[in-house]
Design a protein around this ligand. Structure first.
Ligand code: VGL
Ligand code: ZN
Length: 199
């Protein structure tokens, strides 16, 4: 039985001083480092956008960050510019023990589609390749931690459950954006999907 830890988007832009700082984001870095050796495999995800990504409010005339607009795949929150490929904001938090990672998977690199989930982009069709990797490594159980609870971690956990994996989400090692009830919505969807919530 292979149990993987998936550390979602622990990047400078989601931590204090970052372009899309998640409150308390820095607090999870040290406790994540402490659990890395409890897992058979460690995977990091990295939000990795071109500078003209469509999910940026700056690319949508007349809109402001956190507005919700309709994209071809459904509603999309518009974000401040963040995690631009090659920028310091896109780098992992400086204290995260990245050397322990077996795989780093980048997502959100197609300018016209956002990708909250580590498995499928927001059109729910375009694959990141992570499902195939986990299958090839015979991973049956995943534990999800990182940023943000109610966006990238939740979407990843729900997709993992849909793929038939046993999924845990360690809420003590996550922090949320919590936009208009997004955290309580996400928790309800996680429970409905059969994700085991630990805290
Ligand atoms: C995320 C919004 C935009 C996340 C990424 O990591 O939760 N949220 N891009
Ligand atoms: Zn993003």
């Amino acid at each position: 039985m292979t149990h993987a830890l998936i550390v979602v988007d622990v990047q400078n832009d989601f931590c204090s001083g970052g372009a899309l700082a998640v409150s308390g984001g820095d607090e999870i870095v040290a406790p994540i480092n402490e659990v890395l050796d409890d897992f058979d495999a460690v995977i990091l995800t990295q939000d990795w956008h071109p500078k003209d990504h469509r999910s940026f409010a700056s690319q949508n005339a007349g809109n402001a960050p956190f507005d919700v607009v309709n994209f071809f795949y459904g509603p999309q929150v518009l974000w401040p510019d963040h995690c631009i490929q090659g920028s310091s904001g896109a780098e992992f938090h400086g204290d995260l023990k990245v050397d322990r990672a077996d795989l780093i998977i980048r997502k959100g690199f197609r300018a016209s589609i956002d990708s909250y989930s580590a498995f499928f982009e927001n059109d729910h069709k375009t694959s990141t390749g992570l499902a195939g990797y986990l299958e090839a490594r015979d991973v049956q159980e995943v534990t999800m931690v990182g940023l943000a609870t109610d966006f990238c971690v939740a979407y990843s956990a729900i997709d993992a459950a849909k793929l038939g994996l046993k999924v845990n989400m360690n809420l003590a090692l996550c922090r949320a954006i919590d936009l208009d009830g997004s955290l309580s919505n996400a928790l309800a969807k996680l429970r409905a999907a059969g994700v085991k919530l630990l805290d």
